[in-house]
Design a protein around this ligand. Structure first.
Ligand SMILES: N[C@@H](CCC(=O)N[C@@H](CS)C(=O)NCC(=O)O)C(=O)O
Length: 202
C-alpha cells in the first residue's frame, strides 16, 4: 500500500492521476496547506522541505519502505514500480522523458512560480512571465501531440499525468489555437483515471 500525503493542488493531482492509471493500491492523507500542516514537526520529519506531494511506499520493489517527495521523481518511481507510464523502447522512452522534462520545467515551474509571486508578493509581473513561458511550452506540447497520440508517445503515461493538472488549471481558452492539445485535453479529461483523481477527497 502506498500512502500519499497531499492536498488539492496540481502537484498532488499529478501523482493521483499516475496512481489511478497504474492501479497501484494507495490511500490519501491530507496535509492541509491552508492550516500549514506542512510546517508541523511530524510532516517536516518526512519532508524537511515542507511540501506535498509525498509518498511512503511500504512495499517498495527492493524490499524496503521508501519515502519520496518531488512529483516528477514520484512519477518516475511509480513508472518503474508498475512497469507502466513510460514506453519500453529506448528512443520512445527518451522522447517521453524529454516531454516530461518540458512539462515540469517549462510549463509547471514558471506558472507555479508566477502564481506564488502573485499570492505572496502581490506582483502580477511574475504571473505574466509565467504565462508567456507557459505559451511557449504549450507550442512544444502542440508539436508533440501533432505527431503522437499522447505526450508519452503511443500511450497515456508519465508526461501526460504531469501535464494534465496544469493544462486543466490554465483552461481551454488558452488552447483555442492549439487543436492537438485541445483534442488531447478532452480525451485525458474523459479518462476514468483522471476522473477518479479529480474526485479524490482530502
Ligand atoms: N517541486 C515540487 C513542488 C512541490 C510544491 O511546491 N508543493 C506545494 C503545493 S503545490 C507545497 O507543498 N507548498 C507548501 C509550502 O511551500 O509551504 C514537486 O514537484 O513536488
Amino acid at each position: 500500500m502506498i500512502d500519499l500525503y497531499g492536498w488539492t493542488t496540481g502537484n498532488t493531482y499529478r501523482v493521483l492521476v499516475a496512481l489511478e492509471e497504474t492501479g497501484l493500491p494507495y490511500k490519501t492523507t491530507p496535509v492541509n496547506l491552508r492550516e500549514r500542516d506542512q510546517d508541523r514537526p511530524g510532516f517536516l520529519a518526512l519532508n524537511p522541505m515542507g511540501q506535498v506531494p509525498l509518498i511512503i511506499d511500504n512495499e517498495a520493489p527492493f524490499g524496503r519502505k521508501i519515502t519520496l517527495s518531488q512529483s516528477m521523481a514520484i512519477l518516475l518511481y511509480l513508472a518503474e514500480k508498475s512497469g507502466q507510464l513510460l514506453p519500453a523502447a529506448r528512443a520512445e522512452r527518451a522522447h517521453a522523458l524529454e516531454t516530461l522534462s518540458l512539462v515540469m520545467t517549462d510549463l509547471v515551474a514558471p506558472v507555479n512560480f508566477g502564481l506564488s509571486l502573485e499570492r505572496e508578493e502581490g506582483s502580477s509581473a511574475g504571473l505574466a512571465f509565467g504565462e508567456a513561458r507557459a505559451m511557449r511550452a504549450l507550442a512544444g506540447i502542440e508539436q508533440r501531440l501533432g505527431a503522437c497520440s499522447f505526450l508519452s508517445g503511443g500511450r497515456f503515461g508519465a508526461a501526460d499525468c504531469a501535464a494534465f493538472p496544469m493544462i486543466h488549471l490554465l483552461g481551454t481558452g488558452r488552447l483555442k489555437d492549439l487543436p492537438a492539445t485541445l483534442r488531447w485535453y478532452r480525451e485525458a479529461q474523459d479518462r476514468a483515471s483522471v476522473q477518479r483523481a479529480l474526485a479524490a477527497i482530502f
